[in-house]
Unconditional design. Sequence first.
Length: 52
Amino acid sequence: MKIPEIKLVPKPETEEAQSAVGYKWNDVADCMVIHQFVCFGCFEVICQLNQI
């Protein structure tokens, strides 16, 4: 079975969403990175959250 191509077109659907286009986020807590470390010997998992 072949999965059809789906084009993702960003299109704001509400007035609030349209007014947010072009907004520059604040520098405080606006982006996080999740690091996941997996030991394949014992399957222990450790996760860390880092703000960038």
